[in-house]
Design a protein around this ligand. Structure first.
Ligand code: CDP
Length: 224
């Protein structure tokens, strides 16, 4: 069967990963969470700096010390940094605070996008992020751009964080989500922007299943 590259981009906490995982499972494709890669690099940067901040220059000089890999299938994928499972650690609010600054570095982006391109070389892949349809796979057969109001997204992320035992308030989550959107949209390299040929979906008033049905129908159209 005709294997595709499916790119899902969009704002923070729009449910990109949830949808990407479901699509990958339904199609028996590989799933790649590029946000987890930027988060893992941010984790590395925070470990590098004993003062609990990041030294962007030092980080950019140290990229050759970073090895990221994934294990497990779409539903239960785990992220490893230099052989250590960091899947939980990279969801910490401290990572949210720094990840967009790290992701704005040209050296970091070129380091990771090279690896992302290689992961998609054989197609049959669902990749979610911010620049997948624009920079990593501008020729992807199927592109989506997910949006929702900041309040809906913050509510969703706040719920997820509570379930994971994290203590941020709704207001803190809302401000962190808005702040990241702002940084991601306004950076010089590979900013968050809808690819011209991406299908835009506002998920504010849709259930997870409804969004999935919309995405799946579009994918089937491309496959046939
Ligand atoms: O899950 P959520 O939408 O909160 O974020 P994520 O997908 O885990 O991405 C975390 C951060 O990584 C984003 O806010 C971006 O700064 C950066 N990122 C990026 O710049 N490019 C990508 N392809 C993926 C993530």
């Amino acid at each position: 069967m005709n294997k595709l590259i499916i790119a899902i981009d969009g704002f923070a906490a729009t449910g990109k990963s949830t949808q990407a995982k479901r699509l990958a499972k339904a199609l028996d494709y590989t799933y790649v969470d590029t946000g987890a890669m930027y988060r893992a690099v941010t984790f590395f940067a925070l470990e590098q700096e004993p003062k609990g901040s990041v030294d962007l220059k030092l980080l950019c000089r140290s990229l050759d010390q970073i090895k990221i890999h994934f294990e497990g299938s779409a539903g239960k994928q785990q992220t490893f940094l230099n052989g250590v499972n960091v899947s939980q650690a990279i969801r910490d609010p401290k990572i949210n605070e720094y990840v967009s600054k790290v992701a704005a570095q040209e050296a970091v982006r070129s380091f990771l996008s090279k690896q992302q391109k290689a992961l998609g070389a054989d197609k049959g892949i669902v990749m979610d992020g911010r620049d997948i349809g624009t920079v990593v796979f501008p020729l992807a057969e199927c592109k989506f751009f997910l949006t929702a109001t900041p309040e809906v997204r913050a509510k969703r992320r706040h719920q997820e964080q509570l379930q994971a035992g994290l203590q941020e308030s709704y207001d803190e989550v809302l401000s962190s989500v808005k702040d990241r959107d702002n940084q991601d949209t306004n950076r010089a390299f590979a900013p968050l922007i809808k690819a011209e040929d991406a299908v835009e979906i506002d998920v504010s008033d849709l259930t997870i299943n409804e969004v999935f049905e919309l995405l799946y129908a579009q994918v089937q159209k491309r496959i046939n």
